[in-house]
Design a protein around this ligand. Structure first.
Ligand code: ADP
Length: 160
């Protein structure tokens, strides 16, 4: 049976931290689905189609990584795809509580699905989409925080 992992998130926009997690899990699982979420509760800078296009471009060299879009419960998507592992990343302690709550809610909704946590590498643990947007709003240098091709897209979006 091939092992499929689903890595769900907002990816608004995808950062070098996300890409590091994807690269690492692509070596462990047969197939990785990066699932771009559309949630009514969040204010995104980029619409879901743009967020997923950025991911596709950044991940095109990975043979076993797919990018998909979904609005709804991650576990419903997973059942549809017959996937049993959710992967989430952990940075600082602040992530722990949120991720623990999410993992247990998903367990409650779908006990057959397991959440795997993967620690950020030390060089990426301070990188978040939110921090990237804050740096961009204040005209800071985004080099090395997001893929190069996304830097002008962020400036364009913030100016527009
Ligand atoms: P969400 O809005 O669902 O939290 P994000 O796009 O912010 O989505 O993040 C998706 C997942 O990736 C989360 O589990 C988050 O903790 C993790 N993550 C984000 N940035 C990093 C990073 N620099 N290193 C490791 N994990 C990260």
């Amino acid at each position: 049976m091939s092992k499929i992992a689903v890595y769900p998130g907002s990816f608004d926009p995808v950062t070098i931290g996300h890409l590091d997690i994807i690269e690492r899990i692509s070596k462990i699982f047969d197939h990785v689905i990066v699932l771009t979420a559309e949630s009514s509760q969040k204010n995104y800078l980029f619409p879901v189609q743009e967020r997923s296009e950025f991911l596709k471009k950044a991940l095109e060299h990975f043979k076993n990584v797919e990018v998909d879009v979904f609005s709804g419960l991650t576990v419903d998507y997973m059942r549809k795809r017959q996937a049993h592992v959710i992967v989430r990343g952990l940075r600082a302690v602040a992530d722990f509580e949120y991720e623990g709550t999410l993992a247990n809610m998903n367990y409650r909704l779908a006990p057959e699905i397991e959440t795997f946590m993967i620690f950020s590498r030390p060089e990426y643990y301070f990188i978040s989409s939110r921090a990237v947007k804050e740096v961009a709003r204040n005209s800071g240098n985004l080099k090395g925080l997001v893929p190069d091709f996304i830097i002008p897209e962020i400036s364009k979006k913030l100016r527009g």
